[in-house]
Design a protein around this ligand. Structure first.
Ligand SMILES: *[C@@H]1O[C@H](CO)[C@@H](O)[C@H](O)[C@H]1NC(C)=O
Ligand SMILES: *[C@@H]1O[C@H](CO)[C@@H](O)[C@H](O)[C@H]1NC(C)=O
Ligand SMILES: *[C@@H]1O[C@H](CO)[C@@H](O)[C@H](O)[C@H]1NC(C)=O
Ligand SMILES: *[C@@H]1O[C@H](CO)[C@@H](O)[C@H](O)[C@H]1NC(C)=O
Ligand SMILES: *[C@@H]1O[C@H](CO)[C@@H](O)[C@H](O)[C@H]1NC(C)=O
Ligand SMILES: *[C@@H]1O[C@H](CO)[C@@H](O)[C@H](O)[C@H]1NC(C)=O
Ligand SMILES: *[C@@H]1O[C@H](CO)[C@@H](O)[C@H](O)[C@H]1NC(C)=O
Ligand SMILES: *[C@@H]1O[C@H](CO)[C@@H](O)[C@H](O)[C@H]1NC(C)=O
Ligand SMILES: *[C@@H]1O[C@H](CO)[C@@H](O)[C@H](O)[C@H]1NC(C)=O
Ligand SMILES: *[C@@H]1O[C@H](CO)[C@@H](O)[C@H](O)[C@H]1NC(C)=O
Length: 861
């Protein structure tokens, strides 16, 4: 058992903290803010209050606590309220589709959405994913992801999110959330926060890999870096109205994310005025009372560790309210937040029964899989895919990034002899879903591994699509060598081929699966399965070699990218089920590539800075991961240290060309910025609960499922019912000061509305430029607006806005965009607010972070 709340007590006493090796420390912030229905939450709040006011304490607790790992059909399920006909909420992975289900779509990964730079496609994908979850009976889709953001190029789960740039991630995150929630399903912004690598995210997992540690890694992040980088996209998520957040496995400043009052109470619920609920990552909940007071609202999957039958909440939360350590208003707030999210997205109108089962594809299975009880029909095999293959194919082709083109592309399909090379072109001989949670790299790569996956309904391979393309056009020869060891055969085919298309990949995923020595995070940045050898062999024998990469992020290409026989390089990312079809649309010129790389392609791993922490550095205690590079990750770091990348952030070629001219900046006379002020109302309570232990005993007629988590007590003796050996510790020894205070609280200056102070989103400048398609084919361009904030500690430039636009040959358009106050501000830790510094600022419009074609000074306002 981890005494999370003890630590918290230690942290609360500032004097004690500095005594312990000067480890980074997270200041306390109490009480936990209660929701008030601010902004677009008003109606949902009112309905939630009506509902929660009818509940008993045990029923409220049921809403907050999962029933235990594998006890119901979804990866997470809360208790139900049978008295009111309210079933448990179904929470299901993943950010790219419905995990553990059949007759669902396998969408492109988040990193591909980032590569499209297309707000509309992000929305449409979110909507389609939301519809699929809705059709399966899911209440909460566990995505999208902004943590990891991408501090490390080799971080295992970066591909689940979008990009290491906070603006690109924030904008696409918001669109995805709107899409999911417009489909009537609650979205979940995760993992909050600082979850930048898989190594040491959970002590138990690290022990499994042979490390002797007892606590999860601590991401030590300063206030300015947190605001300007990691928190930024989460602010966009809150502003987009996201219904739920998931706190992460790691600690921040040596306090677990799910019981870190500074993160949850202060930043998320006070400053960002988040109105929805916070759930724990699966097993990231480490303390009962402590987490409740620090702002956690839902324990997932409910048990202390998978399958223990014990919970930090459930029975314990009921007792904690009755014995007065957790105020009634705090549990009421948890329940109201959960129900408000439910009503906000229309779950009361859209909910259908859960008609699939995470634990079996069979029609029949155990209702309670963990304990093998109640064999019933569990899977109706409802087909929820509709016409989503179209949007999947479209995103797949829109996300293709053309990195190099020396005349290799587009192809016509009339080539005499097309050679296809590499295992990554073909199918997984074990089946597309042959490795559970995609935990292998067999055949073409279209998704990383871990919980961020869905099963493929089919997977169109590049080999299949290229062959179809050529056969449908004429009489060309096609030969595919998909065994990476068959270098002799490759030589023979390549030397005859008029065009050779080489497929290579690099995979990564979640920490609980180790693929080829990669424990989630990648152990290197090179290609997998001897990809370099394949490229070199083919290129040595064919002067028209096209390389296609399916990779989770950047790989080192320095050895071969400038080989003159390599006539084109394409990054196709993780495109999902329509992989081959999306690719041929671009290779054969039906779609002009318009994707832009959402990360930097450096020459070496070192050029990215901050290495992954791969060895514990604090004895058995929490490994300490200091984010000393601040905001300088990805292109910001390359710019700062004058490192020349091979391909810079934002770069991508097209089959046509574009010209930029006539930048124009217009100040918009925004109102002055007013710090938010005043105070909240006092904490409300809803309904009238009994405080008599006898009213919370297990009902006599209940059929108790073994190891199931319930809200009830065994006996009227709370200590016995809790079973906690430390039960009854004096409250003043571990309840942080102010944590139970329900009186009105001050509103923070940077707060005041969901997403933060509304003045941050005031438009300060309108910026426009003329963009012309100067080539011969229709194509998409992504004009990118960058700003230099001008201070000595600021990055050279930071992305602030973008759009994807389609232009016909010769067509001109005026692209207009805006800069908000947040866009031109820095976080000021002293005033705990955003400020526009006095430094002269410059705005740039360009086609990448280094092709800044136009620039203009921003007039002081
Ligand atoms: C972590 O510590 C740094 C340095 O003292 C501080 O700036 C930051 O606000 C802290 N963050 C959290 C979440 O405690
Ligand atoms: C709590 O949820 C469980 C599981 O759905 C259910 O059996 C139980 O009756 C619920 N308890 C209350 C008080 O509604
Ligand atoms: C209550 O929580 C403690 C840990 O704080 C745990 O040891 C105990 O088993 C829990 N009780 C129940 C009934 O789940
Ligand atoms: C109140 O209940 C909680 C949950 O079982 C327990 O951890 C705590 O020690 C109790 N506190 C007191 C003062 O009895
Ligand atoms: C599939 O992947 C597994 C796990 O990496 C590997 O052991 C196996 O050899 C692969 N099988 C094939 C047919 O590629
Ligand atoms: C990098 O890791 C991949 C995947 O495990 C492996 O195939 C490759 O050989 C490694 N590269 C080097 C240079 O060791
Ligand atoms: C390019 O390909 C030709 C065969 O077409 C070969 O003779 C030549 O050596 C190759 N050049 C390189 C740099 O590999
Ligand atoms: C590529 O090789 C072919 C013969 O295989 C030759 O006809 C062609 O001229 C070569 N192209 C270049 C650019 O060297
Ligand atoms: C709450 O319920 C109790 C009985 O359970 C009753 O005595 C009391 O008056 C009620 N209070 C309110 C405010 O309704
Ligand atoms: C409560 O009673 C059940 C048997 O009904 C037992 O399995 C469980 O361990 C008891 N819990 C505690 C905390 O004593």
């Amino acid at each position: 058992m981890r005494l999370g709340w003890l630590e918290l007590a230690v942290a609360a006493a500032a004097t004690v903290a500095s005594a312990k090796d000067d480890l980074a420390y997270s200041p306390p912030f109490y009480p936990s803010p209660w929701m008030d229905g601010n902004g677009e939450w008003a109606e949902a709040y009112r309905r939630a209050v009506d509902f929660v006011s009818q509940l008993t304490l045990a029923e409220k607790v049921n809403l907050t606590t999962g029933v235990g790992w594998m006890q119901e059909k979804c990866v997470g399920e809360t208790g139900s309220i049978p008295r009111l006909g309210f079933r448990g909420l179904c929470l299901q992975d993943s950010p790219l589709g419905v995990r553990f289900a059949d007759y669902v779509s396998a969408f492109p990964a988040g990193v591909n959405v980032a590569a499209t730079w297309d707000k509309n496609l992000a929305y449409l994908r979110g909507k389609a994913m939301g519809e699929e979850h809705r059709g399966k009976g899911v209440d909460v889709q566990l995505g999208p992801v902004a943590g990891p953001l991408g501090r490390h190029p080799d971080g295992g789960r970066n591909w689940e999110g979008f990009s290491p740039d906070p603006v690109l991630t924030g904008v696409l995150m918001a669109e995805t959330i709107k899409g999911i929630q417009d489909a009537g399903v609650i979205a979940c912004a995760k993992h909050f926060i600082g979850n930048e690598m898989e190594h040491f995210r959970q002590a138990s997992e690290a022990v499994g890999y042979g490390f002797d540690i007892t606590e999860s890694v601590s991401s030590n992040i300063d206030d300015k870096t947190l605001h300007e980088l990691y928190l930024w996209p989460f602010a966009d998520a809150v502003r987009a109205g996201v219904g739920s957040f998931m706190c992460s496995y790691n600690q921040v400043n040596n306090s677990y994310s799910c019981s870190n009052s500074y993160l949850l109470n202060k930043l998320l619920k006070s400053e960002l005025d988040f109105q929805g609920f916070v759930m724990s990552d699966w097993g990231a909940h480490h303390s009962g009372v402590g987490a409740a007071l620090a702002g956690l609202d839902m324990s997932m999957p409910g048990d202390t560790a998978f399958g223990t039958g014990k919970s930090f909440w459930g029975t314990n939360l009921t007792i904690a309210v009755l014995n007065g350590t957790v105020p009634e208003w705090r549990v009421d707030d948890m329940a109201v937040r959960i129900m408000a999210a439910f009503y906000k997205v229309g779950r009361d109108r859209y909910q259908v029964p859960v008609n699939f089962d995470s634990w079996t594809k069979d029609e029949y299975g155990y209702e309670h899989a963990l304990v093998g009880q109640n064999y019933v029909k569990v899977n109706d095999k409802v087909d929820v895919r509709a016409d989503h293959a179209d949007i999947i194919r479209q995103i797949g082709s829109a996300s293709v990034v053309l990195l190099k083109n020396d005349g290799g592309l587009p192809l016509t399909g009339y080539e005499k002899f097309t050679g296809v090379f590499g295992e990554d072109a073909g199918s997984n001989r074990w089946g597309a879903d042959g490795c559970s949670d995609r935990g292998c790299d067999n055949g073409t790569l279209a998704m990383g591994w871990g919980s961020g996956t869905a099963d493929f309904p089919y997977l169109v391979t590049p080999e299949q699509a290229i062959q179809n393309e050529i056969l449908s056009k004429g009489k060309g020869l096609v030969s595919a060598v998909t065994d990476n060891g068959a270098l002799d055969q490759m030589e023979q085919v390549a030397s005859q081929a008029s065009v050779s298309i080489v497929f290579v990949n690099a995979d990564s995923g979640e920490g609980y699966i180790n693929v080829d020595g990669n424990e989630g995070d990648r152990k290197n940045l090179t290609l997998w399965k001897g990809g370099e050898e394949v490229i070199k062999t083919v290129a040595a024998n064919c002067n028209n070699t096209i390389v296609v990469m399916h990779t989770v992020g950047p790989v080192l290409i320095d050895e071969w990218y400038d080989n003159p026989n390599v006539t084109a390089i394409v990054w196709a990312g993780l495109p999902g089920q329509e992989s081959g079809n999306s690719l041929v649309d671009v290779l054969y010129g039906r779609v002009s590539p318009g994707g832009k790389t959402p990360f930097t392609w450096g020459k070496t791993r070192e050029s990215y800075g901050a290495p992954l922490l791969t060895k514990p550095n604090n004895g058995k205690g929490a490994p300490q991961d200091d984010f000393t590079e601040g905001v300088f990750i990805d292109y910001r770091r390359f710019d700062k240290y004058n490192e020349t990348p091979i391909y810079e952030f934002g770069f991508g070629l097209s089959y046509t060309t574009f010209e930029y001219s006539d930048i124009y900046v217009q100040p918009l006379n925004a109102r002055p910025y007013t710090p938010a002020s005043g105070s909240t109302k006092a904490a409300p309570t809803f309904g009238n609960i009994s405080t008599d232990y006898a009213d919370y005993l297990y009902p006599e007629d209940i059929h108790k499922v073994p190891l199931y988590i319930y809200p009830w007590l065994n006996t009227t003796d709370p200590k016995k019912s809790s079973g906690d050996p430390d039960y009854g510790m004096k409250a003043e020894d571990y309840i942080p000061s102010g944590a139970t205070d329900g009186s009105p609280q001050p509103i923070l200056p940077a707060g005041g509305a969901p997403g933060g102070n509304p003045g941050l989103y005031d438009e300060m400048y309108r910026v426009s430029a003329i963009i012309t398609n100067t080539g011969n084919v229709v194509g998409d361009e992504v004009p990118q607006l960058y700003v230099s904030l001008g201070g000595p500690d600021d990055p050279k430039v930071v992305l602030r806005n973008f759009d994807r636009i389609t232009l016909h040959p010769g067509q001109q358009t005026m692209w207009t965009t805006t800069l908000t106050r947040r866009d031109i501000s820095n976080w000021d830790p002293a005033s705990q607010n955003w400020v526009v510094t006095k430094y002269p600022k410059t705005v740039y419009i360009g086609s990448s972070s280094r092709k800044l074609h136009l620039q203009a000074p921003l007039p002081p306002y």
